[in-house]
Design a protein around this ligand. Sequence first.
Ligand code: DGJ
Length: 376
Amino acid sequence: MKLRTILLLSFLGWKSLVVFGDNEIKSGEIWKDNTGVHINAHGGGVLFHNGRYYWFGEYKSEDTSAALRGVTCYVSDDLVNWTNQGIALAVTDEQGSDIERGCTIERPKVVYNSKTQKFVMWFHLELKGRGYAAARAAVAISDRVEGPYTYLRSGRVNAGQLPANMSREERERMDKLQPEAYKEWWTPTWTQAVKDGLFVKRDLEGGQMARDMTVFVDDDKHAYHIYSSEDNLTLHIAELTDDYTAHTGKYVRLMPAGHNEAPAIFKKDGTYWMITSGCTGWDPNEARMFSTKSIWGPWMQYANPCRGDNHRLTFGGQSTYILKVEGKPNAFIFMADIWRPKHPIDARYIWLPIDFEKDVPVITWREVWNPATYWK
Ligand code: DGJ
């Protein structure tokens, strides 16, 4: 908080904070950090640790979304004022390294493993110069929340493993599919084949594709990696090992051929809620919402949770994370990105409170709101 604000507040009383706005979130606007610079943490996620919030995200440059620096970290006590902690995971200049400067690092998420006492960062990685072909999940660890993180490895996911929610009949149907037979995409027979596991079969040996992603730690401390797989057509939910740094081999497919990206998830009163987007590159589209009582499904689709201006286009953004506000029951913040592909560093953030109508999440557009006073 600036000195001018502190003096004004001592004169007017702290309640005037609501009016004077240092504690307000203004979605879609420039959001300055402690140094006065627009926060550079896109496609991000937030970890609450030792009473503070840590926001990790993609560092974007003026004219490229490629990773020229790495994953950034900011810290806050109030979710509005953020202090830049610098680069948590740095790209390298080592030629041929997975995380060579110029690779693509997207949607980093950090979780804490209380058994190993390590911070574990997962992200979507694309190798330098190879567009989006690699479709890998990557992992890094650190002893300190703000880093530096040590890169461990990357790759496709769960090689040789069949989805846990594929019955014997479905397995037999998939076995009969011939990937080379579908020269033309987007036809009804091709869509049916994707639903039946065309790409699961294609990628069985080398591992499943993993692009847009999040990581979720459940109440029982089991962690899950949720990612767009099968050429972004189907989401996978995959269990992580006890130390959170690898996959166990157990996974399920969610909404086969549903074309979901940008998964964000939270749990309230024993029910999991997931908000996703469709696949339209950097352009916004209508949010989707799913719910289940068990992480393994079955998941049910609900209506678009967004309300108000531009609700059919997720207010111009794309989901990235759902943040649990600590110390307040049922307080969650929907986080999304308004991408600016021509000027990536200028991409904006949407942070909105989640309300519940008959226990179903609803996200209403608000130009300004205050997380300190929104929840009683
Ligand atoms: C949409 C994804 O959600 C983003 O993370 C990014 O991969 C863009 N597509 C690239 O077009």
